[in-house]
Design a protein around this ligand. Structure first.
Ligand code: FE
Ligand code: CA
Length: 525
């Protein structure tokens, strides 16, 4: 599948052209660009509001961000209710919420081959600033979103506040947690995957998926459209830039590289993966560098927040070898120490090791999917680890822990999603020596809605914490995790909602932890 036309224009060029014309108005920018391109419809008529999926921004740099939207007047219909032709969309970015001090404007083409999505890479902005942005197509104006640029590479900002979230099964719960998240004071939001779920509609749940299990590009697009129609999710996207990565359900449950969970041939699964990756790209505020080519999409990347934090965003699905002992919780077998087993693949691991070694940041954040600590979740004297998580890739997991220790990586903090539960874990150099040195920390964030209403204290918590003394907190309510970083300390608050099967859940802070820089010990506060 070779992408025919990428709907991204050079934002700098376009904005320079509009500035030269002496105007940053939508009309001027649209007119100039239409003349230049000739074939693009600039004044379409829509059957309904075309910005039904909201707006988003992402991957902040010191001088710019990605602005995203997708035109879909009939979001659940094939093609989103759009004519099969390219449409010109104008954008503006301003220093104020009223959009009166516009600093840049331009146009982009929403192309049908990319589901009429728009990804604008704005550059030339000032570092560490709030900006507001919106789109216009024909006479229709999008909602206004707020975004923020990162600090300059050599700056040491006084603080960074962000939240991370994952696992938002539409059917099993309402996205109430996002309403609370949208009221937080956050510089950015990190999403760790399971943004959609691929399964068939089920009548027995709180809400209903729009189709049978999704397999084709149009199915994936309509599923994203269903999820992105949720107003709470839209509000959360509108308050700050997002840094996103995927987990398994953006394609299929527990897939590993080119190997699906359910029986399928490799060529058939790679076609499905290509469709899934394309739809993911179409719906996320990602840069051109992430544009997929068939079943391949470069999603791992790093983002700096000055010298305060570096986010190493990982992809533990696309390149992994098959779960060596299959799925589920299994007692460990010698095969787990086979050096060929990998969750990252060689190029990504080399990139990560180099990035960690060279990082100038106080906090090295690994934004990824699967639990890193080797947690024994079996009852009684038996031992068992989840084979879909890092303990199923034990050889590589130990390499990474050794890298943290040997290279004296500054404050490695692993952020995790996937398992619909909250955990605070100390990462020890050797999980067979429970008193061995602490070399990092891990915060596992619960789901937004997946698994439905949770419980504050799971029944077997006592035994679990006794078997795994490096686990300092475990809870299975829904919610998200808020983090505040300064050059001296990291604070994590587990923000939870007691229910998601009916509206109006209040927000609680169920536990808070602090880490001092240079001392990877979880202090409950
Ligand atoms: Fe999930
Ligand atoms: Ca998952």
């Amino acid at each position: 599948m070779s992408p025919p036309l990428f709907p991204l224009l050079d934002a700098r060029q376009l904005s320079r052209r509009s500035f030269l014309a002496g105007s940053t108005s939508f009309a001027a920018a649209a007119l100039l660009s239409t003349r230049a391109r000739g074939t693009v419809a600039a004044t379409p008529k829509f059957s309904a509001y075309p910005f039904s999926l909201g707006i988003a921004s992402g991957d902040p740099l010191p001088d710019g961000v990605v602005l995203w939207t997708r035109l879909a007047p009939k979001p659940l219909e094939a093609g989103g209710g759009m004519p099969p032709e390219p449409i010109e969309v104008s954008w503006q970015i301003a220093e104020d919420e009223a959009m009166s001090r516009i600093v840049q404007a331009g146009t982009a083409v929403a192309d049908p081959s990319w589901a009429h999505s728009v990804h604008v890479e704005v550059s030339g902005l000032r570092p560490e600033r709030w900006y507001w942005y919106r789109f216009k197509v024909g006479t229709e104006l999008s909602p206004t979103g707020r975004t923020r640029t990162a600090p300059q590479a050599d700056a040491l900002p006084a603080r960074l506040r962000f939240a991370f979230a994952s696992c938002q099964h539409y059917e099993t719960g309402l996205f109430t947690a996002y309403d609370h998240l949208a009221r937080e004071d956050l510089d950015l939001v990190v999403h760790l995957g399971d943004y959609i779920y691929e399964g068939a509609a089920n009548d027995q749940r709180v809400r209903r998926h729009n189709s049978p299990e999704i397999l084709q590009l149009d199915d994936y697009r309509a599923r994203y459209a269903l999820y992105k129609s949720d107003p709470s999710l839209q509000r959360a996207h509108a308050i700050a830039p997002w840094i996103v990565t995927w987990d398994d359900h953006e394609v299929a449950n527990n897939y590993a590289g080119d190997i699906p969970d359910k029986p399928s041939t490799k060529p058939a699964f790679l076609l499905r993966r290509a469709a899934a990756y394309q739809a993911y790209f179409e719906h996320m505020p990602l840069r051109r560098s992430a544009q997929p080519h068939g079943p391949d999409m470069l999603l791992y990347r790093s983002l700096n927040y000055g010298r305060l934090a570096q986010f190493h965003v990982l992809d533990t699905r696309q390149y992994r070898t098959d779960q060596p002992q299959g799925d589920g919780v299994k007692p460990p077998h010698a095969v787990l120490m086979d050096p060929r087993g990998t969750a990252l693949g060689d190029p990504q691991r080399d990139w990560l090791f180099t990035g960690l070694t060279r990082s100038p940041a106080t906090w090295n954040v690994l934004a990824q999917q699967i639990m890193f600590a080797r947690v024994d979740r079996t009852r009684g004297p038996a031992i068992g680890y989840s084979m879909d998580q890092w303990p199923g890739y034990e050889f590589e997991r130990r390499r990474l822990l050794r890298h943290f220790a040997d290279k004296k990586i500054k404050n490695p903090v692993v952020l995790t999603g996937d398992i619909h539960s909250n955990w605070a874990n100390e990462l020890i150099a050797d999980f067979d020596q429970l008193d061995s040195r602490r070399v990092g920390t891990e915060f596992v964030g619960t789901s937004i809605s997946s698994s439905g209403d949770g419980t504050e204290t799971p029944k077997n918590n006592g035994e679990l914490l006794a078997k795994n003394p490096f686990v300092k907190f475990h809870n299975t309510e829904r919610g998200y995790v808020r983090c505040e970083l300064t050059p001296q300390r990291w604070r994590t608050d587990y923000r939870t909602v007691p229910f998601v099967t009916k509206p109006g859940a209040p927000l609680n802070t169920r536990a808070s932890f602090v880490i001092e820089s240079g001392r990877p010990i979880l202090q409950r506060v």
